[in-house]
Every structure is written in structure tokens, then in C-alpha cells.
Design a protein around this ligand. Structure first.
Ligand SMILES: NC(=O)C1=CN([C@@H]2O[C@H](COP(=O)(O)OP(=O)(O)OC[C@H]3O[C@@H](n4cnc5c(N)ncnc54)[C@H](OP(=O)(O)O)[C@@H]3O)[C@@H](O)[C@H]2O)C=CC1
Ligand SMILES: CC(C)(CO)C(=O)C(=O)O
Length: 281
């Protein structure tokens, strides 16, 4: 199939690499230093030197009827690519990033018949000096079984959800406290105190409560189970996790995404998000 990845950062590069290796014709659309690097390499290059050749472009060519355009920019960056997506002859456009907002705006911008959302739930990816390091575990979730099959065949085990909006919101509720703790511990170079862990656990519970209040069942099922753990246990888990390298690395990505997600929750549930606003990094 003919595919474009719009926003070839860590996640976009992971999908571009896997899909190109699986035999798809992939165009990586990037900007700035990442574009320069891709133009030089003409491939997604892994830290171990493995390469997957891709075509490279600075903008999405609207005249190309791609079978799939995968949009892997960050939520605040998506508005700048919507005009190009609207004009694109692509047959399917899948957005893939953390968000808590209603999805109608994006769906209406590109047309409901070719719109979907996915999330790289099992992927951990970084670009290190322009080279990709990625770990792919099961957990990527999409709204459409046909694309789950395509991604699965490309080495990205993917499941489907009938309520991607609820899935994204459930995920945001879980990841906000983790990202926010990450920011704190990356600065401090030490774990959080028990008292702080209690605040993050309260914010976690509030996020889950809000998602349910907005009419979604928590997804995936394991998250629904997690949300029923006693508060002391979630406090302890967050306290422990704050002492791991993983959370420090997560925090090193910066405060922009957790701040944005908290603001989105507070907008969706006005006057209900005090605990979440209290942990805004
Ligand atoms: N990395 C990971 O392991 C995981 C990430 N996620 C989520 O996936 C989403 C994507 O994350 P990630 O890939 O890490 O983020 P990145 O910031 O690495 O990737 C976004 C990319 O899109 C580029 N971009 C933005 N606007 C444009 C544009 N107009 N034209 C071309 N390129 C553009 C950015 O360029 P620039 O740098 O110049 O802004 C950047 O290269 C996030 O919501 C993240 O939370 C989820 C699971 C795992
Ligand atoms: C993996 C992580 C926490 C970091 O990028 C992430 O973005 C997500 O799962 O939402």
C-alpha cells in the first residue's frame, strides 16, 4: 500500500520503519532538523544501524491518493496540518497522539468516511541523534480491524476498540500523573515523597472518575481493574514508579504534554478537575 507518515518523530519513525520493512511504499513527512536528517539518510535508521528506505517530503502532497496517512504530530501541532489533510486525496487518515478533546473537530475536518484514531499503546520510542530506538509490545489500539491487521502484519501487534474516544480519555487519565511525576523527578533527580504520591493518586482517581462521568467505560479492561485498586496501593505504586529510570526518561520529554492534557480534562469537566490541576507540572 501507499502510505504517508505525517510528523516523523519517535512514533512516526517507528510506524514508518515497520510499515516500510513490511513492503509498503512509505513517504515520511517531516520538518526542521528531522527533515534534513531524513533527506540525508533517505531511510529510517535504527540505533543498531538497520535501515528501512522511505521517500521523504517536507509537506504532504495533496494530489497523492495515499491508502493511509498516519498523523503522528502532537495534539497542539495538529491544527497546522489540517488544511493539507482536508485537501489531501488520501483514502484514509488516521490520527495517533495523546488527546482528551472531543474528536469531532478532526473527523469533520477530514470527513467521517476516511477518519479514524489510533494509539501506539505498546510502543516506547526515542530518536537519539536522528536514529530510532524503539520497543514494540502489544497494546497499539485502533478503531478499525482492517488497519489492526495491516499494523500486525508489520510487526506492531494491534487490537481494536469500539470506543477509541473513551480509550484515549482512559489512557490520558492514567498517563497524566505518570508524565507529571516524571517531570518532577527528572528535575529533582530523586523520587517523590509519600505525601506527594497521595496527591498524584488522588489525581489519578479523579481522572478515572471524570472519564466515567463523561460516559465512557474505562478501556482497556486492565485499566478498569487498576482503577478499582485501593488508594493506598495506587499511592504505593506511584511512589515506587517515581524511583525508576523509566519515569525520569519520561519526565525528560518535558511538561508540555501533561500540561496540555490536564487543561483538556479541565475544559471537558469544568470545576471537577481540582486534583488534576493541583499536579499540573
Ligand atoms: N514516544 C513514545 O514512546 C510514545 C509516544 N506516544 C504519544 O504519541 C504522540 C507522538 O509522540 P512522539 O512521536 O514521541 O512525539 P515527537 O515530538 O517525537 O513527534 C512529533 C513529530 O511531528 C513533527 N511535526 C509537527 N508538526 C509538523 C508539521 N507541520 N510537519 C511535519 N512534521 C511535523 C514534529 O516536529 P518538531 O519536533 O519540529 O515539532 C515531531 O518530529 C504523543 O502524543 C506521545 O505522547 C505514545 C506512546 C509512546
Ligand atoms: C509512553 C508514554 C507515557 C511516553 O511517551 C506515552 O506517551 C503514552 O503512553 O501515552
Amino acid at each position: 500500500m501507499k502510505m504517508a507518515v505525517l510528523g516523523t518523530g519517535a512514533i512516526g519513525s517507528t510506524f514508518a520503519y515497520q510499515l516500510a520493512k513490511a513492503g509498503h511504499e512509505v513517504t515520511a513527512v517531516a520538518r526542521g532538523a528531522r527533515l534534513d536528517r531524513l533527506r540525508e539518510d533517505r531511510a529510517i535508521v535504527l540505533t543498531d544501524g538497520a535501515r528501512a528506505p522511505v521517500a521523504v517530503a517536507g509537506t504532504l502532497d495533496p494530489s497523492v491518493p495515499y491508502d493511509l496517512v498516519l498523523v503522528t504530530v502532537l495534539a497542539p501541532q495538529v491544527d497546522s496540518v489540517l488544511p493539507a489533510l482536508r485537501q489531501s486525496a488520501a483514502r484514509h487518515i488516521m490520527f495517533m497522539f495523546n488527546t482528551f478533546e472531543p474528536l469531532d473537530r478532526l473527523r469533520d475536518a477530514v470527513g467521517a468516511e476516511r477518519f479514524s484514531f489510533g494509539f501506539p499503546g505498546g510502543v516506547l520510542a526515542h530518536l537519539i541523534d536522528g536514529k530510532l530506538r524503539r520497543r514494540i509490545l502489544p497494546g497499539t489500539t485502533v478503531g478499525d480491524a482492517a488497519w489492526a491487521k495491516v499494523f500486525g502484519a508489520a510487526g506492531i501487534p494491534t487490537v481494536t476498540s469500539a470506543d477509541m474516544h473513551g480509550w484515549l480519555r482512559s489512557h490520558a487519565a492514567m498517563v497524566i500523573p505518570l508524565m507529571s511525576i516524571g517531570v518532577v523527578v527528572a528535575h529533582r533527580n530523586a523520587g517523590i515523597t509519600w505525601r506527594e504520591a497521595r496527591r498524584y493518586a488522588a489525581a489519578l482517581a479523579q481522572g478515572f472518575h471524570i472519564v466515567r462521568g463523561l460516559g465512557h467505560a474505562l478501556e482497556p479492561a486492565v485499566l478498569a481493574l487498576f482503577s478499582r485498586l485501593p488508594r493506598t496501593l495506587t499511592t504505593g505504586l506511584l511512589w515506587l514508579m517515581s524511583r525508576t529510570q523509566e519515569l525520569r526518561k519520561l519526565g525528560a520529554l518535558g511538561a508540555a504534554e501533561p500540561r496540555m492534557l490536564i487543561d483538556m480534562v479541565a475544559t471537558a469537566a469544568p470545576h471537577q478537575a481540582a486534583e488534576l490541576l493541583a499536579i499540573r507540572p
